[in-house]
Design a protein around this ligand. Sequence first.
Ligand code: SF4
Ligand code: SF4
Ligand code: SF4
Length: 274
Amino acid sequence: MKIKKYIPPLVMLIVFEAVAVTLWLTLGNIFYLFNFSYIGISVSLGLFLYIKKYKHARRITQLLVGLYMLIYLGIISNENMQIEGFWYYLFTGVFEAATIHYAVAKIFGPLIFGRGWCGYACWTAMVLDFLPYKTPQQPRKKLGWIRYITFAVSFAFVAALFLANVGNMERIMFWAFIVGNVLYYAVGIILAFAFKDNRAFCKYICPITVFLKPMSYFSLLRIKCDKSKCVSCGKCKKVCPMNVDVTDNSRKRKNGTECILCFECTKACPKKAL
Ligand code: SF4
Ligand code: SF4
Ligand code: SF4
């Protein structure tokens, strides 16, 4: 048995365990040990299943992490892990919950694993990926500017609550999480059908991409093309849900900061060039 091919899931497990233990010991909260161990096991399991060529490997991880975050952290534990929750903890100066989550998954983590969050963990995309348009059926629209508006609105909403000094912020943030998610799902599903593209919400609306895109530009983990093997058949671009020009190896490749590391292109390549 070739043990070497199982190194990536093992390394992933070790990295998450290191984060889990470090946060547990430095912040004195055993929740972090449980939280990051669970996520590490889910991600490693997905990688293991991918190596085993199980075709739903990514979806398994996405459901394990997405459901945990949405139902356990969001609804049961009342942690607003959406961008409003991040602003909230940032304004209160607390390095906890949403701030840690954003630092690891959406701000500094993408320097290593790009937009892995979007492919393997996001609970919004977890639902959108069930819709029928897994590969876009229409050309990409020039609507990416909308993300800056949603980003600004989320910031202004939380800033206004702080400036107005409203009471019971915890409760407001809980309801903001519920209403925000309902809105995201509704807009995401409508756009997916309108543009015949499951990931239209990710491409044009999601405010988190304001962090994710510039950071993932520098990502260590990238899909690269071996030009000596490529026969320019175009199959990789056809299956890409994010319209990435994956045969161009430069960092400036078209839609390069959109790659969610789903590996649909590598699976589709007949020459194993990716
Ligand atoms: S772009 Fe936004 S909605 Fe889409 S997967 Fe990433 S974080 Fe989730
Ligand atoms: S198909 Fe390939 S290039 Fe497109 S998002 Fe998935 S991994 Fe990235
Ligand atoms: S699918 Fe493979 S061979 Fe075809 S264009 Fe893409 S990288 Fe090249």
